[in-house]
Design a protein around this ligand. Structure first.
Ligand SMILES: C[S@@+](CC[C@H](N)C(=O)[O-])C[C@H]1O[C@@H](n2cnc3c(N)ncnc32)[C@H](O)[C@@H]1O
Length: 256
């Protein structure tokens, strides 16, 4: 028979344990990643909180996408151990995800940030599944100063901006090799171009993340990824963030 005071003590202890277990819950509550005390990803939580707060402030509503940041950290920590390779982000906008990548890069490497920094280019907007007027004005409210301030406190060390229409802005980087590439350009044409340019230039063990893999608004993102990799007999791994991200790790003997 357990006495009342013992029961109370157990309840208090359970309550403390519960409140110290940190939950990264998707907006609709469908994915729940509990990080128990001592979990190696616990140090990622300040970045999760900062990301969620900044995204929410810019969106004017609560946005929680903690799994996205944890997935970034897992991938970035894996590729940091590789002997070589730079980093690239295709679709930097206001620098939110670039600010997650930059502080975790291997010493001496560079993050190439590709964007028009003026929103989508007319040449990519042919898909009639798009809500054209909305898409035309999307992602224009940015500047290199906003991005620099967010990523690196205004410091350009390890940063290179490729401003303009991708793939034109790839010129001059043909000799580079990459360990980590984040593709976040939403639309099919630039995603296809990015895969064609970067996949053959990934080092062994290098990782490509493609955002919007489960997006209802941009179903062409998943189509572009699946078409590209199906031709090579490769299956992209779907991650558990809010809009879905496809993860592909390059292994020796995979075809270009
Ligand atoms: C979803 S936003 C990127 C979001 C960003 N990663 C973040 O953390 O907030 C998509 C970006 O891709 C850029 N983009 C799309 N197509 C492009 C192209 N062909 N060339 C250059 N930038 C492009 C847009 O200008 C836009 O800023």
């Amino acid at each position: 028979m357990i006495g009342r005071s013992t029961l109370g003590a157990i309840r208090r202890r359970l309550g403390r344990a519960r409140s110290s277990a940190i939950s990264l819950v998707s907006p609709r509550g469908t994915i729940d990643t509990d990080l128990a005390p001592g979990h190696p990803l616990l140090p990622s939580l300040p970045a999760v909180r900062a990301y969620n707060a900044a995204r929410s402030a810019e969106a004017g509503k609560a946005i929680r996408d903690g799994n996205r940041i944890v997935n970034f950290h897992i991938a970035l920590d894996l590729v940091a151990k590789l002997p070589a390779g730079d980093y690239a982000e295709l679709g930097t906008y206001r620098g939110m995800t670039a600010s997650v990548i930059w502080p975790r890069m291997a010493a001496g490497s560079t993050l190439y940030c590709f964007d028009t920094f003026e929103g989508f280019d007319q040449r990519d907007l042919g898909d009639d599944r798009l809500a054209q007027p909305l898409e035309k004005s999307a992602f224009r409210d940015t500047s290199l100063d906003i991005v620099r301030a967010r990523i690196s406190n205004g410091n350009d060390a390890g940063l290179a901006f490729r401003v303009g229409f991708f793939p034109d802005t790839f010129v001059g980087l043909e000799h580079k090799r990459f360990r980590f590439v984040h593709i976040d350009m939403d639309l099919a044409d630039p995603i296809r171009s990015a895969l064609a340019m970067f996949w053959p230039r990934m080092v062994d063990g290098g990782i490509i993340l493609v955002h919007d893999y489960r997006s209802k608004r941009y179903p062409m993102a998943a189509e572009a990824v699946d078409d590209f990799f199906a031709q090579r007999g490769i299956v992209a791994w779907p991650l558990n963030d809010r809009l879905g991200t496809a993860m592909i790790m390059r292994h020796p003997n995979m075809p270009d």
